[in-house]
Design a protein around this ligand. Structure first.
Ligand SMILES: Cc1ncc(COP(=O)(O)O)c(C=O)c1O
Length: 327
């Protein structure tokens, strides 16, 4: 019986969904949403905070500050509350209402920027706001998930070995990209494993991570309007881009089978499914990572009016795409 005294001590690391009955392809989905922060960002948050404590950067009177589209903000809110730090999250207008309310319930302050930076989009505006806060008060400690190596180390130490433990014959790993912390930690770890693993990064159309021009993106967590400083492309075998409408349709189809996942999981599953359909090698062992669950997206991805207004009717679940349980 697990008994904990701090919320970040619990993280379900060993749960996978077999997606073959739903997608028609052998694909195991690692579920990272079962912890008190509700997402994979718990690992990056814990690693960054505890490393800053060890180095003396974080002191009892420090105020943590970070730019986040939501999930890291929730994880840091939880850890800050548990450890007695103040935390200010700088986010933008794409942050879900539920996520913002959650951070506030955990005692954090949330600053929402809504005007785009002249060249850096909403992310640029968040970073400019954050720099101004740090310049005004030296108690602020910016963990900087976009540049902090402890972000990818969290996945090097935890996510990748956890996958390897259950999939000793892993062939392909599909990873959604935001800061690229998950991607870089897993890719570095598997580079020195006993067998080659194909590392496939899954990004949103409209993201500038792999050099495309930035465009409209509404699904938080995945994609970026700048090239992520943590990214080293020499570790990435392939990058797949997914239209947000396809990601949403995938989420909604999975929900019709009882699995309510977040938007980036729809992106990763959609990208992985088309990759597997193109490469179609039977006997392959592929794993994809699901960063969070769907409750935070009820008023967006799972709200038909929102989907239809932004993406048109085609993005609404297509019942023909859902395989019947007897298929
Ligand atoms: C909701 C969410 N959180 C976290 C991540 C992981 O992103 P990062 O590249 O920052 O590790 C993703 C990427 O898929 C995501 O969608």
């Amino acid at each position: 019986m697990p008994v904990i005294s701090v919320p970040h001590a619990f993280n379900e690391e060993d749960l996978y969904v077999d997606l073959e009955p739903m997608t028609g392809h052998r694909l195991y989905l690692k579920c990272e949403g079962f912890n008190f922060a509700g997402s994979i960002k718990l690992k990056a948050a814990t690693e960054m905070v505890e490393s800053a404590e060890r180095s003396g950067t974080l002191r009892p009177d420090s105020i943590l500050v970070e730019s986040s589209s939501g999930n890291l903000g929730v994880a840091l809110s939880m850890i800050a509350a548990s450890k007695g730090y103040r935390f200010v999250c700088v986010t933008d207008s794409r942050c879900n209402l539920a996520t913002r309310l959650m951070m506030e319930a955990l005692g954090s302050q949330v600053h929402v920027v809504s005007d785009e930076h002249a060249t850096g989009g909403l992310l640029g505006a968040r970073l400019a706001h954050l720099r101004a806060l740090c310049a005004a008060d030296d108690r602020y400690v910016w963990l900087s998930q976009y540049t902090n190596p402890d972000n990818w180390k969290a996945h090097y130490f935890r996510t990748a070995p956890a996958i390897a433990r259950w999939f000793p014959r892993l062939d392909v790993l599909f990873i959604g990209v935001g800061t690229t912390g998950t991607l870089m930690g897993c890719a570095r770890w598997f580079r020195s494993w006993h067998r080659p693993v194909r590392i496939v990064a899954v990004d949103s159309v409209g993201s500038a991570i792999f050099g495309d021009p930035p465009g409209r993106r509404m699904i938080p967590g995945l994609g970026m309007s700048l090239r992520p400083p943590l990214l080293d492309e020499s570790y990435v075998d392939e990058a797949v881009r997914v239209e947000e409408a396809d990601a949403i349709r995938t989420c909604r189809n999975l929900a019709r089978r009882g699995f309510l996942f977040g938007g980036s999981t729809g992106t990763v599953v959609s990208g992985a499914t088309s990759w597997l359909a193109r490469h179609g090698t039977p006997g392959l062992t592929p794993v994809a990572i699901a960063p969070d669950l769907g409750e935070r997206y009820l008023d967006t991805i799972y709200q038909s009016n929102w989907v239809q207004a932004l993406y048109g009717h085609d993005a609404i679940a297509d019942p023909r795409a859902v395989r019947a349980p007897s298929d």
